[in-house]
Design a protein around this ligand. Structure first.
Ligand code: N01
Length: 545
């Protein structure tokens, strides 16, 4: 979609630019937050670094980008009318369709006029004298605000892949999360994809369909499940829409923002025949969490998990015709789903094509990018295009990218030097009236984020409403509540297989990043209850003044 010329950053800087609230980021979180703050009657500005709204779905326009949660689930629930009027075309919506949906929502609720595009918030300093935040932006515009909501996304800062020589390459280099808006043609080109997480897995088959040759540089193979995407039939959409009110209620009550019958038995209670049948059925269904949902202990018991991991490897062997390639594609170094699994379309099949090659970087590491291509310990690959699908500085990166200075001149970077600290994943002690949506130590990335966004935005809005109604100036987390929350989140993670694995969940993908399991693993239902209880009991764990 074209950007709206009426919305721009061109507004001249004003010394006395005062608003009630600033929202940072105009993705799914920021736009809903704006909608809610307006209902409270607050003057709000949303600053968005991109040329247009959409957040993740604006930036990640790489070939094959598609949601891995079903479209009827991965959408706002706050407006029954919106639910009824929007028509999703596919079971799993592709990036352009989700972006169209976000634009539709912005238009329908008149949200654009408060969004300042092409404006990156660079610094936010708390002024204790008048209890306001002063925000600086890269356009020179500064504003002061009573409330700041960081709606900056969980994966919006690409990590530096740390591969020497990238700048020397004479062909084109594109990161999946900074994909150009104009068409990128691969026709007749020799293309490399570095990285085989969910972004690489989605891009590889589509690029292979166009390129003269494709070489995939893989360090760690992922567990890739078939998406079984397909167009939604009209009758199916009508039936789903008729059931939307109850479905949305069930989503809100659910553990992860998707609705399913929870498993009741351990994988180890079932015999192999029964287990394989359950895994086959989940494989055929094509759900991201289909295999995790088969038994109660897939994410908590190594032996149970190993049965699924072996099942996936058997599927890889059944698709990939060259046994050596199948083995290289088979994940063996971490339990199933302890890094986020990927939903793919024709991913393993792609490696049967004659013009597609797989380079195992564990055996032959990249030495550097050269002007002509990529040199590994095994020799040079001549290339025209390099696609970096190398991931993000997840969860904390987008907040630490802003120079946030709280009470007493303490920076968030200092406070988080050993890992993120906050209460309920929402507010960090010493940073009053600064809230985070989908931030660290909240369920965020372990859930259908549209449901998490609504839960957190509504909690934040209710909290601000409470302050306003009661003539209160600010809310801050107490250091002791923050410490307890950190312990609680770590304890919940310790009951699972997640924390032992090097992944972006644990910060291990970014050199030097503190190793902390970054998400709340107790379920969105439990988290929602904890947030609601704190509010109901007078915002326990917070000081209101
Ligand atoms: O990033 P990743 P992503 N040299 O970090 C490799 C969501 N998402 O953009 O594992 C060589 O998962 C790295 O290897 P290793 C989803 O939550 C969702 O793919 O570090 N390789 C890995 O293979 C997802 O989990 C969808 O050994 C290097 C890859 O690059 C999250 O976003 C689609 C390297 C990075 O994988 C992130 O996914 C896309 C180097 N120097 C994304 N550095 C949906 O389907 C990194 N790698 C909705």
């Amino acid at each position: 979609p074209a950007s709206d010329p009426t919305v721009s950053a061109a507004r001249p800087p004003a010394a006395d630019d005062r608003v009630d609230a600033v929202v940072v980021g105009a993705g799914l979180s920021g736009l809903y937050q704006l909608h809610r703050l307006r209902e409270l009657g607050l003057t709000t500005v949303v600053f968005e670094a991109g040329d247009d709204i959409g957040g993740t779905w604006y930036w990640n326009r790489y070939p094959g980008a598609r949601c891995d949660i079903e479209s009827m689930s991965y959408s706002y629930s706050f407006s029954p009318e919106l639910d009824q009027e929007w028509e999703w075309s596919e079971r799993y919506a592709a990036q352009p369709e989700i972006l169209r949906y976000i634009h539709h929502v912005a238009d329908r609720f008149g949200l654009r006029e408060d969004v300042a595009l092409r404006t990156r918030v660079t610094r936010a300093v708390y002024d204790g004298a008048d209890h306001r935040w002063r925000l600086s932006t890269d356009t020179g515009r500064t504003v002061t605000a009573r409330f700041v909501i960081m709606a900056t996304g969980c994966m919006s800062v690409p990590k530096d892949p740390g591969i020497p020589g990238v700048d020397s390459f004479t062909g084109a280099v594109h990161h999946t999360a900074r994909w150009p808006r104009e068409d990128v043609s691969f026709a007749g080109k020799r293309v490399a994809v570095i990285g085989t997480g969910c972004s690489g897995v989605q891009a590889v088959p589509v690029i292979a369909g166009e390129a003269a040759s494709l070489t995939v540089f893989q360090r760690t193979p992922a567990y890739v499940l078939p998406a079984r995407n397909r167009p939604l039939r009209a009758a199916e959409r009508s039936a789903l829409k008729a059931g939307y009110p109850e479905f949305r209620r069930a989503q809100r009550r659910s553990r992860g923002g998707t609705v399913f019958a929870p498993p009741t038995r351990s994988a180890l209670e079932a015999d192999e025949t029964e287990r394989t049948a359950a895994y086959e059925a989940a494989w055929e269904e094509g759900f991201l969490n289909g295999l995790v949902r088969t038994y109660t202990d897939i994410l908590t018991d190594e032996e149970a998990n190993a049965t699924v991991a072996e099942f996936v490897r058997s599927r890889i062997r059944s698709v990939v015709t060259d046994p050596a390639t199948a083995e290289r594609l088979s994940p063996r170094t971490f339990p199933f789903a302890t890094k986020r699994p990927c939903l793919g379309t024709g991913y393993y099949e792609t490696y049967n094509l004659p013009h597609v090659a797989l380079v195992d970087l564990r055996a032959t590491p990249i030495e550097r990018v050269t002007p002509r291509g990529i040199r590994t310990s095994d020799g040079e690959h001549d290339l025209d295009v390099i696609v970096l699908a190398t991931g993000f500085d997840a969860l904390t990166g987008s907040q630490l990218a802003v120079d946030i200075v709280g009470k007493g001149g303490v920076t968030l970077r200092e406070r988080w030097a050993e890992g993120p600290r906050n209460h309920l994943g929402l507010v960090s002690a010493g940073f009053p009236n600064l809230f985070t949506v989908l931030g660290p130590l909240s369920p965020s990335v372990l859930t259908n984020i549209t449901v998490s966004i609504e839960q957190q935005v509504e909690w934040i809005t209710d909290c601000i409403g409470h302050l306003l109604r009661n003539g209160l100036t600010e809310i801050d987390a107490t250091p002791s509540a923050e410490a307890d929350w950190g312990t609680h989140v770590a304890e919940l993670a310790a009951r699972t297989l997640y924390p032992a694995v090097d992944s972006w969940y644990t910060g291990a993908n970014v050199p030097g990043k503190p190793r902390v399991f970054l998400a709340y693993a107790g379920g969105l239902d439990r988290y929602r209850e904890e947030c609601d209880t704190a509010a109901r009991d007078g915002y326990t764990g917070f000081t209101l003044s």
